[in-house]
Design a protein around this ligand. Structure first.
Ligand SMILES: [Fe+2]
Length: 155
């Protein structure tokens, strides 16, 4: 924990306090902070780059941090899958992430389609649009399934 706090202070130290006017400025630091934390241990190092890239848009014109590129990165598709999954999770979560009230799966699918080729890899959006995958995801996100998963984690 002490190392984590030092890391946060290190990042805050790079930005003049007067420029940190919005909570979003702080939120935008988390990919780099995750990368740094995961890089500290051999066991988590293979996942560090995923933390760094998980908010970069497919077209690289949005998201953050923007100084990185998917071009030439052999793991780009993995990071783009994580981006889709993270956005689905965040958008439908009405408890853990307080951005807004949770959306239903159909609204989230509409968002994926709307941002295909921009935020999200269009090939992945096509996969999410397949009936087979939709059926599997819907079964995983039902309240009963979520409760079952939670009880398994607690054991
Ligand atoms: Fe994130």
């Amino acid at each position: 924990m002490e190392g984590t706090l030092r890391t946060i202070q290190g990042y805050l130290g790079e930005i003049p306090v007067s420029e940190i006017s919005e909570e979003f400025d702080l939120i935008r630091l988390h990919p780099r902070m995750g990368w740094e934390l995961l890089n500290k241990r051999e066991s988590t190092r293979p996942y560090a780059e995923a933390a760094l890239y998980h908010h970069l848009w497919y077209d690289e014109k949005g998201g953050y941090p923007r100084e990185y590129t998917f071009k030439g990165n052999d793991n780009a598709i993995l990071y783009q899958i994580i981006t889709c999954a993270d956005c689905l999770d965040a958008a439908m979560d009405s408890v853990g992430r307080a951005y807004s009230s949770g959306k239903n799966f159909d609204d989230m699918l509409a968002d994926l389609r709307c941002n295909s080729g921009r935020m999200f890899n269009p090939d992945l959006v096509k996969l999410f649009d397949s009936e087979n995958l939709q059926e599997k995801v819907r079964s995983l996100i039902t309240k009963k399934a979520a409760d079952s998963l939670r009880s398994q984690v607690k054991k």
